[in-house]
Design a binder for this molecule. Structure first.
Ligand SMILES: *Cc1c(COP(=O)(O)O)cnc(C)c1O
Length: 436
């Protein structure tokens, strides 16, 4: 393309939407125009126009160490020069083997199955769980999930997720799932014990049906509104799941790799799942990759002379070497300084404590790097509540990129964010709160 053509295209795109792109989760009729980003630097996004923005949601919860991290960039570039991709059925490679060993140690789950993103990591976990029972000759059909869950946008992941506006056109195609209440809690929540007991009672009754698997997001439901539960609740859930002989699937696509203040939310809660889905921060948020971790007990049911025992599943980019190299580099960074994620909660706390006094703030909550509260404003409490976009717009003017989930405002910044930048995020939120 000539320079003139490039310039012409740029001008057009600056004034309207690009005619060839279909953005995710966006109604282009009403959404503001997207802004062209030219670079990322640590916690900052640098735009073609306007002041730098603090990426306070880690670019949809993926960016772990910050943008343009030199260690990540070098690891990916070095790997690209050596081996960018190879079929993983007949071949293996060092970056995948190294990642397998490290993730097995970190998760306590011996086997790693690669896919491409969080949704596929969940799909694979569900398929493994169902086939595990078939392979054992005692098929079980019931899958249990929690109210408010989000597990991804492919059909299987949608089926276990909360049914809502987004899944409605497909509801007739989604397999049935039994639901239990999710006793989300917050600071100064007087009724949490009662809600947990009620949820456990429903789970116990539900598990009287033979159950293949129970799937949950440990400690924190992300898309469901940064809805946090206590570790004690999860330990009781695990006990009931064990009593019922069902498999426990932990969807740690969001919560893994330090986001919840420990390596994995399961560790912090004190539970040990049979299957774990990972993605997002897996590659430091640099490349798309998903993995499903499985216990050796689960894996062993797929081994034998009968071909029908095989997990007949795979993706073109299985164990992509670039993704593996990025994941190994990200683990290096996390292992060099685990206090960065362990200590993050303490950095949020004084700011959130100050915000909680604001009349428009309710239900403050905090787990690891994730801080959230609800706007106490009138109107629809769902994803489309208009107060969220107002907060978002005002924060943008103050150099902070937020993306509230309906009435839920949250910060989920990359680990590299400085104290000043974190302070700026809270200040922008406070300013926005004063204006609604
Ligand atoms: C984002 C997310 C997914 C889906 O991951 P994608 O990479 O977007 O497919 C699944 N589960 C949880 C908990 C998530 O937050």
């Amino acid at each position: 393309m000539t320079k003139d053509a490039q310039a012409a295209m740029r001008t057009t795109a600056d004034q309207s939407r690009h005619p060839n792109l279909w953005p995710p989760f966006t109604q282009i009729e009403s959404a503001p125009l997207p802004q062209r980003v030219i670079a990322g630097d640590g916690a900052l996004l640098l735009r073609e126009q306007g002041i730098p923005l603090i990426d306070a949601i880690s670019s949809w919860w993926v960016t772990l160490h910050g943008h343009g991290h030199p260690v990540m960039a070098k690891a990916i570039a070095d790997q690209a020069a050596r081996l960018e991709q190879v079929i993983f059925a007949d071949f293996t490679h060092e970056p995948a083997e190294r990642l397998g060993e490290r993730l097995s140690k970190l998760t306590g789950l011996d086997r790693l199955f690669f896919s491409d993103n969080g949704s596929t990591a969940v799909e694979v976990a569900l398929k493994i769980a169902c086939q595990w029972w078939v392979n054992r000759g005692e098929p079980r059909h019931q899958i249990v999930a929690f109210d408010g869950a989000y597990h991804g946008d492919t059909f299987g992941a949608m089926a276990v997720g909360e049914r809502n506006l987004f899944s409605e056109p497909f509801d007739d195609k989604l397999f049935p799932v039994a639901r239990c209440p999710w006793p989300a809690t917050w600071w100064d929540d007087p009724d949490v014990d009662a809600r947990e007991q009620a949820a456990l009672a429903v789970l116990e009754t539900t598990l009287q049906q033979p159950t293949a698997a129970v799937i949950l997001e440990p400690l924190l439901q992300g898309a469901g509104g940064m809805a946090m539960v206590r570790g004690t609740f999860l330990r009781q859930v695990e006990m009931l799941v064990r009593q019922a002989g069902a498999l426990l699937i932990a969807d740690e696509v969001l919560t893994g790799f330090g986001r919840c203040g420990d390596w994995f939310a399961c560790h912090r809660a004190g539970i040990q799942p049979d299957l774990m889905a990972l993605s997002k921060g897996l590659t430091g948020g640099c490349l798309p990759m998903g993995v499903t971790m499985a216990s050796e007990r689960v894996f062993s049911a797929f081994v034998g002379a009968d071909p029908s025992l095989t997990l007949w599943h795979g993706h073109s980019f299985t164990a992509n070497p670039l993704g593996c190299a990025a994941a190994n580099a990200s683990l290096d960074l996390l292992q060099q300084d685990p206090d960065q994620f362990r200590g993050f909660e303490a950095r949020h706390r004084p700011h959130l404590e100050q915000l909680r006094a604001h009349p428009n703030v309710t239900r403050c909550r905090l787990t690891g790097t994730v801080a959230a509260f609800d706007l106490s404003v009138s109107g629809d409490a769902g994803y489309l509540n208009p107060a969220g976009p107002t907060i978002k717009r005002i924060a943008l003017e103050h150099g902070v990129f937020l993306r509230p989930l309906g009435q839920v405002v949250y910060l989920l910044p990359p680990l590299c964010i400085s104290n000043d930048q974190l302070g700026q995020c809270y200040k922008a939120i406070a300013t926005a709160l004063d204006q609604i």
